[in-house]
Write a protein that binds this ligand. Structure first.
Ligand code: URA
Length: 434
């Protein structure tokens, strides 16, 4: 078999065989196929797509490319969650302690951010002392003791995804349905999930820009999960506007803590309760959605979710004083610039992609895998769509230690669309695909 022929087949719109998919994944992981040939194949997949069978086969080959985690030493169903990525998406920091407080063991492997979408591990590492690297034994022990552990992806889990994702990121082939579906589902299967809740984002700040694309991606991932014996649900939610008010690592940890303490933004809370309730349902801790939502809400109201968060953070080395004195420790007030409204009116829209881009320029995201990030950098929205603002009123804060942030400040200004009419908020939860 030759890599050249595989590229030709996909370029000409043919279906790749199991043998061809096996050949290119295994040989790429072992360094036997150069990046330039895989780049050509990725672009052919991007342009011509894959059938559901090809996508499922690709997922399985990616799982087989590395280690898999055995979570059988943790009793009960292990339900995982994964977001397709968005701006200000700190849901894992809230959902994981909620469901753990309700009795569901959460053994979660999360990623770092790349580009304008943040990663859970970067957010957690913005808290001094937090350790994202645990051995598999420590990871399992912590889940058995505290019901919750969140770690970075272990060294040899789906190495095919690590290599392919890095290449997709620089070859404009990230936002492809078969490539996203196989990337996400291979990681979830390899990480030992019995059931999976997918948080599929749609809108300007997400990889899927339209509802139809988001439904297609969701159906593809649900089918892969179900075919492999994992109950899978996809919840499609809006990412045209940032989720909550905070975008940037420590700013998001602060907002997550406020939410766990019952003082969070309504949109963020709504998404988190929905995700938590489906995790509880798949984990068979609730009989129906209504019951699951009551359990999740109760975990916030009675403080058990926040207590669980503190315990897990402390177990992974986080400095508790930082979490307790959140405002002073997580928000760097001396590096804050204010953005004001250019004219009076109702806020019609805040572009998630422009806020995400601004936050990256301020230092919160990585341009390349090697870039260092500034944990305290980012954007805090002070006003949200539907609200009336007067000209000159403060609408957002930009946090950065960089001197030259003019472009970021004007992006934040442009992200706010202010008009004459009041608006109805679009629905946040768009669909649930089972
Ligand atoms: N998240 C992933 O894990 N993989 C993708 O391809 C896109 C988002």
């Amino acid at each position: 078999m030759r890599m050249y022929d595989i590229i030709v087949n996909k370029r000409d719109g043919l279906r790749l065989t199991e043998e061809e998919i096996h050949y290119f994944i295994q040989n790429y992981v072992h360094g036997k196929i150069p990046d330039y040939q895989i780049s050509a194949l990725l672009m052919a997949i991007y342009l011509n797509g894959m059938t559901s069978e090809e996508t499922a086969q690709l997922t399985l080959e990616m799982v087989k490319s590395g280690d898999t985690i055995d979570l059988s030493r943790i009793s009960g169903l292990k339900v995982d969650k994964h977001s397709t990525g968005g701006v200000g998406d700190k849901a894992t920091l809230i959902v994981a302690p909620i469901v753990a407080a309700c009795g569901l063991p959460v053994a979660k492997m999360s990623g770092r951010g790349l580009g304008h979408t943040g990663g859970t591990i970067d957010k957690l590492e913005s808290v001094t002392g937090f350790r994202a690297e645990l051995t598999v034994d420590q990871f399992i022990e912590q889940v058995n003791e505290k019901r919750l552990a969140i770690v970075g992806q272990s060294g040899n889990l789906t190495p095919a995804d690590k290599k392919l994702y890095a290449l997709r990121d620089v070859t404009a082939t990230v936002d492809s349905i078969p490539l996203i579906a196989s990337s996400i589902m291979s990681k979830k299967i390899a990480a030992g999930a019995d059931a999976i809740v997918l948080d599929v984002k749609v809108g300007s700040g997400a990889f899927m820009k339209t509802f139809d694309e988001a439904v297609k991606l969701s159906k593809e991932m649900v089918a892969i999960g179900e075919n492999l014996g994992r109950s899978t649900v996809a919840i499609i939610s809006d990412m045209d506007q940032p989720l909550g008010y905070a975008v940037g690592n420590s700013l998001e940890v602060y907002e997550a803590i406020q939410t766990l303490k019952g003082n969070g933004p309504q949109d963020l809370l709504e998404v988190c309760i929905k995700l938590s309730s489906y995790m509880l349902l798949l984990g068979q801790l609730a009989n129906n959605e209504g019951e699951a939502e009551v359990m999740a809400t109760q975990a916030i109201d009675d403080g058990s979710a926040y207590a669980c968060f503190l315990e897990f953070m402390q177990a992974q080395g986080a400095d508790l004083q930082i979490l307790i004195n959140q405002e002073e420790s997580l928000i760097s007030k001396e590096n804050c610039k204010i953005i004001t409204a250019k004219h009076s009116g109702f806020i019609q829209h805040i572009s998630a992609s422009q806020i995400g881009h601004a936050s990256m320029i301020l230092g919160a995201g990585r341009e390349t895998k090697e870039s260092a990030i500034d944990y305290f950098a980012g954007v805090r929205l002070l006003r949200k769509p539907g609200e009336f603002v007067q000209v000159g009123e403060q609408i957002a804060e930009a946090y950065s230690t960089k001197a030259d942030i003019g472009q970021a400040l004007s992006l934040i200004q442009q992200a706010y669309i202010i008009g004459d009419h009041s608006i109805d908020q679009p629905a946040l939860i768009k669909a649930i695909i089972t």
